[in-house]
Design a binder for this molecule. Sequence first.
Ligand SMILES: [Zn+2]
Length: 174
Amino acid sequence: MLKDENLVGYAREATDFLGNKYQFDCMGCSFSNGEIKPINDFIYESDNFFVVQDIEIPLNGFLVISTKKHINSYIELTKEEQYELADILEIGIRSIKELNISDKITLVQEEKSKHFHVWLFPNSEKEIKKFGAGVSYVRSICQDLKENATKEEKEEIINTIEKIREYYKKNLKR
Ligand SMILES: [Zn+2]
């Protein structure tokens, strides 16, 4: 297994889109142990995984599914955890579509991140018009939203978190 120092892209601090600042060794672990507070709380939480709105990027319905344990690769999940992840992923995708947040979603999972997580990145119409769709535009869209999201857009995200949490409660049967 790769050592942390061999992995690129490991931030040690973050400011969420409401202005809260955090420092950490590993963002995923800091959510797991309560040092970082998700915006409007966890959307879903089990012994193995949690789902939150991305705290840094104010994009409506931008979900992050993360393991609680500090692993790096999908293949480090047990079979049972893989099945659980499949269910969590399905409900996340369904919620974004059925709550009319977006009809297209880009999934991103990079092993360069030291703590396993999956991005469910809804394709926002407004951002696609500006930058185009697909994985190559994800960084530009994130940057744009960090700089330009309005107070109203951030409030909408907070309401959406509530709706997705309800959706998980209703639809994820395990
Ligand atoms: Zn970690």
